[in-house]
Design a binder for this molecule. Structure first.
Ligand SMILES: Cc1cc2nc3c(=O)[nH]c(=O)nc-3n(C[C@H](O)[C@H](O)[C@H](O)COP(=O)(O)OP(=O)(O)OC[C@H]3O[C@@H](n4cnc5c(N)ncnc54)[C@H](O)[C@@H]3O)c2cc1C
Length: 470
């Protein structure tokens, strides 16, 4: 803790994971935090709210993490919600018609641990498996810098079959990176593959068992317990850097802080930047970012349609199913009225082709596909439904984009950036957002001259044969 009786003050704009991570880390070091959030709740793009049309509390979209997300896992431990994450070591792939195949780890050392179940997949033929195995070796064992070409180009160059692309690479990478393969940079694709192969635990998937805002409200409690303040419906309008402090304008009122962390999304930050030459390079970088949409389709059935908690769905528009009524710990008064019913969420990443469709069209399409995958859904009645289109869900991980991701330090010594789009080495994920918040907090404490702890957690160590290639 800082010993100075006059605690240094930090304004944080943005109550998403980046802002919350920075705030918690800095509050722990004795900084006095005031967090300004435009909305009336925390969590940003990972949040939940009572949906007016259905009366249900829903997540804006299902969010999952993997064990390799070491900073996010540490953040959950820090705010005391690690027991609210359910971990799964199996992943089920379902074909239209309902045939299911399960990927799980064998006793073989990494990266061979999933080979036995992969080799048994009936939806890939022997040649598909051969070319995929070669591609995984190339992506895992050799550096794959951003060459300016897309991952789809790379697949063609590495003789990936159509089946391998459609039934393996698309399901894995489109949902991990929220973009189509022809727009994904090779370096991002390689990172996903390498991280997931480094040990058997790396690909264990975590799913929150409580609504997202309940999860992240605990970060709000953590900040308040350390003397901080959260202000809702308080959008930052502008700021001006002064030599000895920062003036922050919120609701037409100026306040002074020692430091400012801008934890805003790339598509809104330009609105608060000053029209000065110092801001010009950041403004220029922002022009290179594009966003990619994700659509969540929420369906409530009158009966159980599957006993799976989640699964990857092949060959159709919908890519994942999450069985929310099985995943959520408590349903509470607002949950599905019939306890034998199924509440499911279907997720479509990079959902450009759904953006112009109406809710009715999307629900009809989803229902048709669900009934192909889950025969029990054919007799089930749909009680209610809703569709949440997140048009600006994530930044698009296109070839070349990394060159434009800014560091957390800025042209102004007292002002720092955080957000999943800043330079973290990770794609647009909760892990990337938490890393950015911790990196901003590290940069700020260095500037403040505080002998600071390191906030960033070490990466998950490789195990088995992967240790030879790390
Ligand atoms: C539909 C969807 C599905 C996703 N699925 C996953 C997943 O499964 N796994 C995963 O790891 N990641 C997933 N992501 C990505 C993940 O949600 C984001 O990477 C992460 O939440 C970004 O956090 P952030 O703090 O950088 O930004 P944000 O969450 O966008 O936070 C920025 C905050 O700033 C606030 N704000 C904006 N302007 C102002 C202002 N002027 N003043 C004050 N506050 C302001 C916003 O209201 C927001 O709360 C998904 C995202 C979406 C949208």
């Amino acid at each position: 803790m800082i010993q100075n009786p006059q605690q240094p003050t930090v304004a944080i704009a943005g109550g998403g994971l980046a802002g919350l991570a920075a705030a918690c880390a800095l509050a722990d070091c004795g900084f006095r935090i005031t967090l300004f959030e435009r909305r009336p709740y925390l969590g940003g793009r990972a949040s939940s709210y009572e949906h007016p049309g259905t009366g249900e509390v829903i997540d804006n979209c299902q969010h999952v993490l993997f064990r390799v997300c070491t900073n996010l896992v540490e953040f959950y431990q820090r705010i005391g919600v690690e027991d609210k994450i359910r971990w799964y070591d199996e992943m089920t792939f379902i074909e239209p018609g309902g045939r299911a195949s399960v990927m799980h780890a064998s006793p073989l050392p990494a990266p061979l641990h999933t080979a036995p179940s992969f080799l048994r997949f009936p939806f890939l033929n022997a040649n598909d498996k051969l070319v995929i195995s070669r591609a995984i070796s190339a992506l895992t064992l050799t550096a794959q810098p951003d060459t300016g070409r897309s991952f789809l180009d790379w697949c063609r160059q590495h003789r990936q079959t159509n089946n391998a692309i459609e039934r393996f690479w698309k399901p894995i990478l489109v949902s991990a990176l929220s973009e189509d393969l022809d727009l994904i940079s090779i370096s991002y694709a390689a990172q996903v593959v390498r991280e997931s192969m480094k040990s058997p635990e790396a690909r264990h998937m975590g799913v929150p068992s409580i609504p997202l805002t309940d999860l992240y409200n605990r970060a709000g409690d953590y900040i308040r317990a350390r003397g901080g303040e959260i202000r809702f419906r308080a959008p930052l309008e502008s700021f001006s850097p002064e030599p000895s402090d920062v003036t922050v304008r919120v609701a037409d009122i100026d306040e002074h802080f020692d430091y400012l962390v801008l934890a805003l999304p790339f598509d809104t930050i330009a609105r608060v930047l000053p029209e000065t030459s110092e801001a010009a390079p950041l403004r220029e970088k922002l022009t290179h970012f594009e966003s990619s949409p994700i659509t969540g389709i929420h369906l409530w059935f009158d009966r159980q349609i599957t006993d799976l908690d989640h699964a990857v769905l092949l060959d159709r528009t919908i890519q994942w199913i999450f069985h929310k009524s099985r995943l959520l710990l408590t349903r509470g008064a607002k949950g599905p009225s019939d306890s034998s019913g199924s509440y499911i969420e279907l997720v479509v990443s990079a959902s450009k082709n759904l953006i112009d469709k109406s809710k009715t069209e999307i629900v009809e399409l989803a229902l048709k596909e669900v009934r192909e995958f889950f025969p029990a859904a054919r007799d089930a009645s749909l009680l209610k439904s809703t569709v949440i289109k997140e048009v600006h869900a994530t930044y698009s991980p296109r070839p070349g984009i990394d060159a434009y991701r800014p560091q957390q330090s800025t042209a102004w010594p007292r002002i720092f950036l955080a957000g999943d789009w800043t330079a973290t080495g990770w794609p647009a994920t909760m892990e990337g957002a938490v890393r950015s918040g911790y990196l901003a907090a590290e940069a700020l404490t260095r500037t403040a001259g505080v002998k600071s702890p390191r906030f960033i957690s070490p990466d998950m160590p490789a195990s088995g044969l992967m240790r030879l290639f790390n």
